[in-house]
Design a protein around this ligand. Structure first.
Ligand code: HEM
Length: 414
């Protein structure tokens, strides 16, 4: 059935990623979207939103649906679209995007992804177990001296920078800078493209690229046992250019940073709001792998990505022309009752749990094994050391559509 004007207005009023009410609970709006039998056109981002599991997964797996306009549109059209989205006049950011596997398609994407794929398999990342354990233990040692903490600022925010930094070969003392750069770059992919935010993104990309250039020169002179050294070898063997080397390193450092911080916070909050699940996980840490999957499904930290139709196509039974932009609401698909029984229930033993929190298809999250290992160790270690965790204050979520996480999570550890 076509959308009635009443339904359309109700969704238009509720779908406000710039408002606090949406940030606190987007799931009611997602449910309204899933009731529609066609994609909802969100004018502010010129995008057709897909909200049901089957449709989101179908488009994510469809090779004709691509990340980049460059793959099939003339250069002047691409430039015009960049202008409209305020993505012009930012040479450093543009360079990062241009050579990033996340933004490429087809053979180019496959080549960039294949160079690093082996580095992120479950068996390969297992070698980082003790490094992650040490990183988490060190942070917990400091945390145990406090009773009242901000789970995000005092704990979660420090974990991914060190972990991904160590994997790549960044020195300990430089890891904190990765957070600021990553956050300032990633924030510009969300709906608010103001000039101030644009400046932040451009400056962070420029500084990050300079830092990486310097680090690459150092590793070139003195190779190590890290991922960066192996990427430099691949570059020396002609498998990736210097720009691709910098962009790949930057993407690996940035892509897994905020997402991991957010999902640690969202996961902790879900446990606190479901004390039976928290007790269950505390008394049986073997549940950690399943619990972590459920945290990623239940409150996905990256709920929205896009694809462009590279040919005329049909989606949800309706025709769309080449160039149409679709929004994949992974966060909504993960709450679709057609796919998950009691979809709004947080159940750390949920099985099966084929969530879309890491995406699907060609761009399936490269770092998903590392992210899950990191989370499993973090929650198992925290719950082994703390008897009681209390929420001191209801947290507030950040505004936005593309990423989801709390600003602060005020806890009391007993
Ligand atoms: C819980 C934490 C994480 C979540 C929820 C997450 C989620 C995602 C999602 C949904 C995508 C798919 C994007 C799309 O459909 O267009 C993606 C892609 C990607 N992620 Fe993650 N991610 C996480 C952690 C990480 C980590 C730790 C790394 C790196 C070490 C990483 C690296 C990447 C890369 C490189 C891509 C692009 C892959 C490609 O285009 O082929 N992510 N991630």
């Amino acid at each position: 059935m076509p959308i009635s004007s009443y339904q359309y207005k109700a969704i238009q009023q509720a779908f406000q990623p710039g408002q606090q009410s949406f940030a606190e609970n987007p799931y009611g709006v997602y449910a309204l979207l899933r009731d529609l039998d066609e994609p909802f056109y969100y004018e502010d981002m010129n995008v057709y939103l897909l909200s049901r599991y089957q449709d989101v997964e179908g488009v994510a797996r469809d090779g004709r649906m691509v990340r980049s306009l460059e793959a099939f549109m003339p250069a002047d059209y691409v430039a015009e679209q960049q202008h409209l989205a305020n993505f012009h006049d930012m040479p450093n950011h543009e360079r990062f995007v241009q050579f990033s596997m996340l933004e490429r398609d087809g053979d180019l994407h496959r080549r960039l992804r294949m160079i690093v794929l082996q580095e992120f398999t479950r068996s390969w990342v297992a070698q980082y177990t003790s490094m992650i354990q040490q990183t988490v233990d060190k942070l917990l040692d400091a945390l145990m001296a406090e009773q009242d903490i901000d789970f995000i600022g005092d704990f979660a925010a420090h974990i991914p920078g060190y972990v991904i930094g160590h994997v790549l070969g960044v020195a300990d003392e430089d890891c904190p800078m990765l957070r600021t750069w990553s956050e300032n770059i990633v924030q510009y992919f969300d709906a608010d493209r103001s000039e101030a935010r644009k400046q932040l993104a451009e400056q962070a990309t420029a500084e990050f690229a300079l830092y990486l250039k310097d680090l690459i020169a150092q590793r070139g002179r003195r190779p190590g046992k890290d991922l960066l050294t192996r990427l430099i070898s691949a570059s020396n063997a002609g498998r990736l250019s210097e720009d691709e080397l910098i962009s790949t390193s930057m993407l690996i450092l940035a892509a897994g940073h905020g997402s991991t911080i957010d999902v640690l916070g969202n996961g902790m909050l879900a446990l606190l709001n479901h004390p039976d699940q928290l007790d269950s996980l505390s008394s049986n840490p073997a549940q950690a792998p399943a619990a972590v999957q459920e945290m990623i499904r239940y409150d996905s930290p990256l709920p929205f990505f896009h694809r462009y139709a590279s040919v005329d196509c049909e989606v949800m039974g309706m025709p769309y022309p080449v160039g149409t932009k679709f929004g994949l609401l992974y966060g909504s698909a993960n709450r679709d009752p057609r796919q998950f029984s009691h979809a709004d229930r947080f159940d750390i033993n949920r099985y099966p749990n084929r969530h879309l929190g890491f995406g699907r298809g060609a761009h399936l999250c490269l770092g998903n094994n590392l992210a899950r290992l990191n989370m499993e160790i973090t929650f198992a270690s925290l719950l082994a050391r703390v008897k009681t965790i209390e929420l001191r204050q209801t947290p507030r979520f950040r505004l936005g559509l593309a990423s989801r996480g709390v600003r602060e999570l005020a806890l009391r550890l007993l």
